[in-house]
Design a protein around this ligand. Structure first.
Ligand code: NZQ
Ligand code: ZN
Length: 387
């Protein structure tokens, strides 16, 4: 096992009816800016519930954080916070709203000029951030219990991640019933994003991290079990929603990634596909991952065999046959969730590859993966295999 620090300060408040706990969780004297995405929080009644729980506290709402949140919209919220003197932020939404809130919380107090520099330095220059909490409405990203955020600069056509010890939510409310209004394609996105987060931290090379491996396999089994049921259920099933929600949080709250090598190449290539072509985050991962696993089957051999056996129960055939079967089962699982796994499924062809490679180079993504061996030439082969 590798050396590690593990410190996760986010207080999780889980279960039906827990939005009422905001009355205790938000400081009594706080002046609160609630941040939401488009219309969903209002339409589903979650926003009304949040406002009721805030009681007498002074508060206002910033609406309009888009999926794949932008620097431009976030800076409008920064201006409103400075003008209005808000001292506590409350994100109500999915990963996009929570990610934007992290950036906004850091940008308000940033002293290094244009806050876009936070993304350019991947968050290393963040010295402090405003306190914020979250009410999660879409289980997928793990943003509710981690310090990471991904922001798109529309004018520059760049989608970059940052993280900082100062951008963990103080608390996150996870009420599984708030997912009942999600359309099937967002549920599918959530299952696939959480699946790939787990794989990014698990399918690397062995370091005898037995607990992390078993936890990761447990999350993958849970997603494989629950995922198809979420799509076929005629009525939402509370425990399936609860299990998806907790699996997605556990997939990216630092626990399974402690003391193990991490890949993240699928995500970095996927972010470029979203920035250039607007494909949903999880769908970009479904395009890249099967091709990447096949390309990296040598360096990932031992873990791919472990994955084949323990996650998919594949025990017969040569080693290469077992690895091929495991990659195919992964692809089939994504497809069974209604998510296409090839660029052609999104109307894209070979013409996109050079643009993606140029963007990866422009963003310094030239030595990706746990071995730092995924150069632009390797990324090109992965994308060619994903056509
Ligand atoms: O905007 P509204 O109207 O709220 O609608 C949203 C949005 O259109 C809708 N939605 C959310 N909750 C709902 C709902 N609709 C009905 N009922 C509900 N309860 O869902 C749509 C998508 O929401 P979004 O927040 O964009 O989805 P997701 O949670 O998948 O977040 C994706 C973003 O997170 C980033 C991605 O890159 C992408 O920008 N990621 C963040 C990570 C992190 N912070 O650790 C890691 C991930 O790998 C990922 O990169
Ligand atoms: Zn992701």
């Amino acid at each position: 096992m590798l050396n590690f620090d593990f410190h996760n300060p986010t207080h999780i408040v889980f279960g039906q009816g827990r939005i009422a706990d905001l009355a205790k969780l938000v400081p009594a004297a706080a002046k609160v800016l609630i941040l939401v995405g488009g219309a969903s929080a209002e339409k589903t009644g979650t926003l009304a519930e949040v406002r009721a729980a805030l009681g007498e506290r002074e508060h206002a709402t910033f609406t309009g954080i888009e999926p794949n949140p932008s620097y431009e919209t976030s800076m409008q919220a920064v201006a409103q916070i400075r003008e209005g003197g808000f001292d506590f932020l409350l994100a109500v939404g999915g990963g996009s709203v929570i990610d934007a809130t992290k950036f906004i919380a850091a940008a308000v107090l940033f002293e290094g000029g244009d806050p876009w520099a936070i993304l350019e330095k991947f968050g290393r220059n963040v010295q402090r951030a405003m306190p914020f909490g979250a009410v999660l409405t879409l289980p997928a990203t793990g943003s509710e219990m981690n310090n990471g955020s991904v922001i798109t600069h529309r004018a520059k056509g760049a989608k970059l991640p940052f993280s900082s010890e100062h951008t963990y939510p103080v608390f996150s409310v996870l009420d599984p019933t708030k997912t009942y209004t999600l359309p099937p394609q967002q549920l599918a996105n959530g299952v696939v994003d959480a699946f790939v987060h787990t794989v990014e931290q698990y399918l690397t090379y062995p370091v005898n991290a037995l607990v992390q491996d078993r936890f990761a396999e447990g999350i993958l089994h849970t997603l494989i079990e629950v995922g198809p049921r979420l799509l076929t259920a005629t009525e939402p099933v509370y425990d399936d929603r609860a299990n998806l929600m907790w699996a997605a949080t556990m997939a990216l709250n630092g626990l399974i990634g402690a003391g193990v090598p991490q890949d993240w190449a699928t995500h970095m290539i996927g972010h470029e596909l979203t920035a250039l072509h607007g494909i949903d985050h999880a769908r970009t991962l479904a395009i890249v991952l099967p091709a990447l696993l096949n390309e990296r089957r040598g360096p990932k051999r031992a873990k791919l065999l472990q994955y084949a056996e323990r996650v998919w129960g594949i025990t017969t055939g040569s080693e290469d046959e077992r690895i091929t079967a495991a990659i195919e089962r992964t692809r089939d699982f994504f497809e069974s969730m209604g998510i296409r796994t090839r660029l052609s499924g999104y109307g894209l062809g070979a013409e996109v590859i050079e643009k993606v490679i140029a963007q990866l180079e422009a963003h310094g993504m030239v030595k990706l993966g746990e071995q730092r061996e995924i150069t632009p030439a390797v990324s090109r082969r992965i994308l060619e295999a994903a056509l």
